[in-house]
Design a protein around this ligand. Sequence first.
Ligand code: ATP
Length: 233
Amino acid sequence: MATDGQTSTRPRARRIGIMGGTFDPIHNGHLVAASEVAHRFSLDEVIFVPTGRPWQKLGEDEDGHVIDAARAVSPAEDRYLMTVIATASNPRFSVSRVDIERDGDTYTVDTLRDLRKHHPDAELFFITGADALESILSWQDWEGLFELAHFIGVSRPGYELHAKHLAAHLGSLPPDTLQMLEIPALAISSTDCRARAARGRPVWYLVPDGVVQYIAKRKLYRAPKASSPGVSA
Ligand code: ATP
């Protein structure tokens, strides 16, 4: 910053939010979180990054054995397209394919390293809900994570938003490494949207209109045996 009354010639670094998620499907809770963080932290853009193979969401069969994520999670292309549809109306929102094009399980540290390569001079802000934040110390290379981006933890109904248990682990990292933000409470989850769609109950106004239509057109989340009428108004 210029202190002698002259204007600094150094341009301000671009401030980029990163909203990672399975987005199966993307819902209004995700969009409000991104929008609130963009506003409060003066972000220039928010990049939504649908996971490739979400290691935290591998399925289990009836005997409790881990099954392939592909059977538990909708195809990456569907989740990507729903995210594109949901974010299209906001010029500050975009969608990245870095995670779905990387082989293997998706780890946030890889996401951030890839995005850092694409945006070497930007300041990165990783947005995460209170539920995900609770488990962040189990994420791969969590210490490396905090060197790659600021972390913004947003409130989510049903979860405590506190970082006390993280503070001891963050040690001497700068205080703005992890910040908390209260956002409007939307008790929406992808799990509930999938369950509603499977039972033929409406998901209108929980997810953007275009996503309702995409779910219906692609017959996503329908129970395998039930003669479900699908998504209805
Ligand atoms: P699922 O129900 O399948 O576990 P989800 O609704 O938690 O999915 P994700 O795609 O896993 O959705 O979430 C991506 C990110 O968005 C996570 O950091 C999560 O904490 C956050 N998030 C999801 N829903 C909300 C919400 N209603 N309010 C605030 N943050 C949310």
